[in-house]
Write a protein that binds this ligand. Structure first.
Ligand SMILES: [Ca+2]
Length: 679
């Protein structure tokens, strides 16, 4: 009937997936590094918080092994296999070290004993030996509590954990087994099955619930059912089916319970650190978020869930889940991108899942890593790094995979204007991981992972207060990782396409400042675009007559291709003609060719006539430029422009008379010709 038998020995159905690809959701890519192999059914791993950095691994057959300085010690820390009934769901199931273990040497074990059949739950205290910190004293046993678990061989619970705030020992018991909890133990406060129990191991004299002899523990006075004659006073919370693995968050002290479901739903329960206990987690009224169908099917059922505490979420057997293995919120340092995520698994599927807090009680669950293992437990070392037990014989540490060295391909935007508000910078490149950060002039900026080829960073206004350029790089943490090559982002004065490094920068600022041009579009100057003859007409007149100058109305009768039918530059073209500065590009019929680019040769004539008047004639040429025929149509003008210091040619003793004048070059020519002030 019970198909959710946790810790079955059946082969897991999951296949190992590559650990090299990052999981979705911005979580980092992780891998499992073996720390011990050839173990006998490891079901628990923990530490003694005594500063020794040792790992203690529980083998369900009845031994506790130590991994010390990276090596599995051959001699068990404790061997009580002669006291233990094993296996399937039975065996030595966990160990917890006293909060003052370093001083008193006490530790506590939870096992299924072989005194009766099929085995009762036993919680016992042991001591480390006097002479060897790696070996316990098997003769030191003191039984704290035996909880009858008759009839069935399943649902033993098995987790011991000391509360980080209260120092009390918590024990999670199963509901007594079979399927569907036939005696309704979990809802019965008068039995200790199907409960989270809490006892004070530093006190003594409590009479265990339903028993007659005092035991070496005390009932904490703040336990929720103290004083209730119809409840076991050991009960801290109830309504759990098989809370095989739970943990306290070392950062918040919240209690996270993985409760194994019946035939349909697995669940994760959260008890906040501030809780006074007493929660009813629902079983067998509820299975997960659903009313439990006592018929054993997943068909909808009705019930009265009032007073029960629902899980944070459930996992369904429809997706292959069979026995949820509760884990931990990651609080280590090796995988920064995983900090705060709750890790858990399933004994049949072997997948490692990470749940991240979305706020408001909502959690986003992401498949972190598929493993081939029969996951039986998680555990923490002293530093908070996480370990995974494989019932097949291994214990593994969760490690980051080697992180790639990232590269920056491009930035969006590629430039900004100084004094603008803060903005979102999109970085395109490769090798980005969830923990990648964008660095602006070497300083980390708030970064959001979008994909392995895209990051976004928030750049505050203070970063772009002054014009110049910023060095943008991305950084991945170790192992691997490192900083990418940097790419510059221009912080410009006026135009997004005119960086301070552009040769014509100050001249473009000069023509802009003098009102000669406002640019080619919103915050753009188009420095590499050719200057058209139409634009040139306005530039020349504004530069020489002032930004406030307005040309007279145009007639349309001057040039065949300047119709004066609304063209912005038409009045300027006719004005330029009227002033004798241009005769157009063709005499008969008269044309101006407004869309043509101004050539460097034409520029020489236009500039000098604008400067000196329409009747000006330059001196006779001397053959200054090797590509300008002297005497020739333009040679006198070109050489005079050079003589006046406006141009030195286009390089290599050439002038390039036929080349178009770019808008950047035009700014230089005009500024020098009419002596506009430079910024
Ligand atoms: Ca529940």
């Amino acid at each position: 009937m019970c198909t959710a038998a946790i810790l079955s020995l059946s082969a897991p159905s999951a296949l190992a997936a590559g650990a090299d690809s990052a999981p979705s959701g911005g979580l980092p890519s992780v891998t499992l590094k073996p720390v011990a192999t050839s173990l006998s059914g490891p079901v628990h791993v923990t530490n003694a918080h005594d500063g020794s950095d040792r790992l203690f691994i529980v083998e369900r057959t009845g031994t506790i092994r130590i991994v010390k300085n990276g090596a599995l010690l051959p001699t068990p820390f404790l061997d009580i296999h002669t006291l233990v009934t094993c296996c399937d769901e039975r065996g030595l199931l966990s160990v917890a070290f006293h909060p003052s273990y370093a001083a008193n040497g006490y530790f506590y074990v939870y096992y299924v004993n072989n005194i009766v059949s099929p085995g009762d739950i036993t919680i016992a205290r042991y001591s480390v030996s006097a002479g060897d910190p790696d070996v316990a004293d098997p003769a030191s046993a003191e039984i704290l509590l035996v909880i009858p678990h008759p009839t069935n061989t399943n649902h033993y619970g098995g987790q011991l954990f000391f509360g980080p705030m209260d120092g009390y020992l918590y024990a999670g018991t199963g509901d007594g087994g079979s399927g569907g909890d036939p005696p309704n133990n979990a809802q019965n406060l008068q039995v200790m099955l199907g409960k989270i129990l809490r006892i004070d191991v530093d006190g003594s004299g409590a009479v265990p619930c339903g028993q007659s002899d005092p035991a070496p523990y005390a009932i904490p006075a703040s336990n929720p059912f103290v004083g209730n004659p119809n409840a076991c006073h050991e009960v801290w919370a109830y309504g759990v089916r098989n809370p095989f693995r739970y943990s306290f968050d070392r950062a918040t002290s919240d209690l996270w319970i993985g409760d194994v479901g019946q035939n349909c739903y697995e669940e994760v329960d959260l008890q906040p650190a501030a809780s006074a206990g007493g929660q009813n987690y629902g079983w067998r009224i509820m299975e997960g978020l659903h009313c439990y169908n006592t018929g054993g099917t997943c068909a909808p059922a009705s019930c009265s869930p009032a007073g029960t505490t629902l899980p944070l979420w459930e996992e369904t057997h429809a997706n292959g889940w069979c026995a949820l293995i509760g884990g931990y919120r990651y609080r280590g340092t090796m995988i920064p991108g995983l900090i705060g995520a709750y890790l858990y698994s399933d004994n049949c599927l072997g997948n490692l899942w990470a749940a991240t807090d979305l706020g408001g009680g909502n959690w986003s669950r992401t498949l972190l890593l598929a493993t081939p293992y029969s996951v039986s437990s998680f555990g923490e070392d002293e530093s908070g790094e996480l370990y995974v037990c494989d019932l097949g014989g291994g214990v593994y540490r969760l490690d980051p995979t080697s992180i790639p060295l990232p590269a920056v391909g491009s930035l969006q935007p590629a430039a900004v204007v100084a004094g603008d508000p803060g903005f979102t910078l999109t970085v395109l490149g490769s090798g980005f991981v969830g923990t990648t950060v964008v660095r602006w002039n070497g300083a980390d900026r708030v970064t959001t992972y979008v994909s392995d080829t895209m990051m976004q960073a928030q750049i505050p206004a203070g970063d772009i207060a002054a014009a110049g350029s910023a060095s943008v790089a991305v950084f991945n943490p170790s192992p691997g990782g490192g900083a990418s090559s940097a790419r510059n982002l221009d912080i410009n004065t006026t135009f997004l396409d005119v960086p301070l490094s552009l040769f014509a920068y100050s001249y473009i600022e000069a023509v802009f400042g003098a009102g000669v041009t406002a640019g080619c579009g919103v915050r753009l100057y188009c420095p590499t675009a050719p200057t058209t003859r139409a634009q040139m007409a306005a530039f020349l007149l504004k530069a020489s007559l002032g930004a406030g100058y307005t040309p007279p109305p145009c007639s349309g009768a001057v040039f065949g291709d300047v119709p004066c039918s609304g063209g912005t530059f038409d009045p300027w073209i006719e004005d330029l003609f009227a002033r004798g500065i241009t005769g157009g590009c063709q005499v008969s019929p008269p044309l101006y060719c407004p869309a043509n680019s101004v050539t460097r040769a034409q520029m020489a004539v236009l500039l000098l006539k604008t400067e000196h008047g329409s009747s000006y004639l330059p001196p006779v040429c001397s053959g200054m430029f090797s590509d300008v025929v002297c005497p020739g149509l333009f040679s006198n003008w070109i050489e005079q422009l050079a003589v006046e210091g406006v141009t030195a040619g286009c390089g290599g003793s050439n002038y390039c008379p036929g080349k178009p004048v770019t808008r950047a070059q035009m700014a230089v020519f005009i500024t020098k010709t009419v002596s506009l002030p430079l910024p």
